[in-house]
Design a protein around this ligand. Structure first.
Ligand SMILES: Cc1cc2nc3c(=O)[nH]c(=O)nc-3n(C[C@H](O)[C@H](O)[C@H](O)COP(=O)(O)OP(=O)(O)OC[C@H]3O[C@@H](n4cnc5c(N)ncnc54)[C@H](O)[C@@H]3O)c2cc1C
Length: 477
């Protein structure tokens, strides 16, 4: 049986995409610089389908790539070496909610925001809130260990995953973790969260739910420059407060947002806006607001606004979370960087990042999780312009090196994927990488599960060259 007929036998015609015009939609994720066309895309309906699909791929010697909504920004869901994309979006059921134990069991295709919506009537929410939460899936969040504006107080995905069900690359189904979150034996959940789809396919996740806080206040500090806004962040944290969110958007971003459907009445002439949110018991919030006002004004805020009601709060957040989407107005492509630096160095690093953008004659803007020191320098460009593409890549590398030299790391939440695999050596020695490779090998000795991700391309020439593994000899239909 050919590969395609074997895949069809599992998912039927309506779960199989093989025509060129269908496959092009899967050529890239949110990182449009890196592309790879799969031979087929399959859409399983349950874990048994996933097990059977994985076994079909192995039997035919082709790699497979798990995929959620494809909103990833590091090339993680791109079939860089061809093979089969296993898209989990049809597995989108919330299987069980236990309000008393504050947990939910969900299939991987559940959209992040839908989970919070579903449990809101119980006074609960799912805390990790990537800005892409209207589209991205829990499976993708688990694989990327995603964060979001509220990571500062609530932590990233890894702090909210209690247990996982995983189809291993040989088709075996395993469970790890527990409903109570306590790990017995090796912390395999910890290893799988953030493994970028290289250790197996998540078919179910047990996640922690959090009580909706009694009271919330959302504020805007309006500054003439982004460096002053960064100073305010340092003052708030140094002052011992732990806001739920501390986010900065710069002037270019403000104007893109105000030109878009996410417009929130932000002042277009502001150099930067700091969004601060505090939450907690009703009595505790007002005092925190006043302290933050003081810190912002001392750092040079020319205006300080507090959202008057839930509608206004929602408007501020729609502007922040819609910022990447609004960038689509600036150029056809957007390269979203994601590095973390020590918070106290934010002002100098931000200045250096802007200088790099200017020197390479690029349209660079910043919208980022300032409280976590997690920068997102965004470069708007047109990938059809070869000269601009070269400058985009050169500037990106300089930005990463600058962040690492300042004591930072190359990704905060978007993962390594194909994008940063060749920068892993900036942080890790050969021995460090070797330890990670051996972990991967324990799950996937044949490197069939999402190959070409995380590890430097030059380290494993056999892995990075599909022909060396004989994939080109496999009949695809
Ligand atoms: C506008 C925009 C804003 C964003 N904001 C944020 C943000 O604030 N914070 C943040 O962290 N990220 C953000 N992202 C990045 C992205 O949304 C996240 O990485 C998200 O978790 C990806 O989910 P997805 O369902 O789209 O996964 P995909 O992009 O489809 O896949 C991502 C990775 O997960 C793997 N994967 C997917 N499903 C499974 C599964 N079931 N089992 C095993 N592996 C799997 C894939 O192989 C791939 O490596 C943003 C992206 C965009 C476009």
């Amino acid at each position: 049986m050919t590969l395609v007929s074997a895949l069809r036998a599992v998912v039927g015609d309506d779960g199989l995409l093989v025509r060129d015009e269908e496959l092009y939609a899967y050529e890239a994720d949110g990182l449009t610089l890196h592309r790879g066309l799969p031979a087929a895309v399959v859409l399983p309906r349950d874990k048994t389908d996933v097990q059977r699909l994985v076994r079909v791929c192995r039997a035919h010697g082709v790699p497979f790539v798990p995929r959620g909504a494809g909103t990833g920004l590091s090339g993680g869901a791109t079939a860089i070496e061809g093979g089969v994309v296993i898209e989990l979006q049809r597995m989108d059921r919330i299987v069980r909610v236990d309000a008393q134990d504050r947990l939910a069991v969900v299939q991987p295709g559940v959209v992040n925001a839908d989970l919070s919506k579903a449990v809101a009537p119980l006074g609960l929410f799912y805390a990790p809130d990537p800005s892409s939460q209207q589209a991205c899936t829990i499976g993708g969040n688990v694989a990327e260990n995603s964060g979001g504006p509220h990571t500062l107080k609530y932590g990233t995905t890894t702090d909210h995953v209690l247990g996982l069900e995983l189809v291993l690359p040989d088709g075996t189904l395993v469970r790890m973790g527990s409903d109570v979150g306590a790990a017995t034996g090796y912390d395999l959940v910890g290893a799988v969260v953030g493994s970028e789809g290289t250790l197996g396919i998540v078919t179910e996740a047990t996640v922690r739910l959090t009580p909706i806080p009694e009271s919330v206040a959302t504020m805007l500090g309006i500054f003439d420059g982004v460096v002053d806004a960064c100073r305010a962040v340092g003052a708030v944290i140094g002052g011992g407060l732990v806001p739920a969110a501390l986010e900065i958007i710069d002037q270019r971003t403000i104007n893109a947002v105000e030109d878009s459907r996410y417009a929130a009445g932000l002042p277009r002439d502001a150099g930067a806006i700091l969004i601060v949110e505090v939450d907690g018991a009703a009595g505790s919030v007002a005092a925190q607001v006043e302290r933050i006002r003081g810190f912002a004004e001392a750092a040079g805020a020319r205006e300080f606004r507090v959202a008057g009601d839930d509608d206004e709060r929602a408007r501020f957040w729609r502007a922040r979370k819609g910022a990447f989407g609004a960038m689509g107005r600036l150029a056809p492509d957007l390269y979203v960087h994601d590095a973390v630096v020590p918070r106290k160095k934010l002002p100098e690093i931000l200045a250096a990042v802007c200088e790099i953008g200017d020197r390479h004659r690029l349209k660079l803007s910043n919208v980022f999780h300032a409280g976590d020191g997690n920068l997102h320098p965004n470069i708007s460009f047109d990938r059809r312009d070869a000269d601009e593409r070269v400058r985009v890549i050169a500037a990106g590398e300089e930005i990463l090196r600058t962040c690492v030299e300042a004591g930072g790391v190359i990704t905060g939440e978007h993962g390594v994927g194909t994008e940063k695999r060749d920068y892993m050596r900036l942080l890790f020695s050969e021995d460090d990488l070797g330890a990670m490779i051996r972990l991967r090998h324990a799950f996937d000795p044949e490197r069939v599960c999402n190959p070409g991700k995380i590890f430097p391309a030059t380290r494993f020439c056999v892995e990075s060259d599909p022909k060396a593994r004989g994939y080109d000899e496999v009949p695809l239909s």
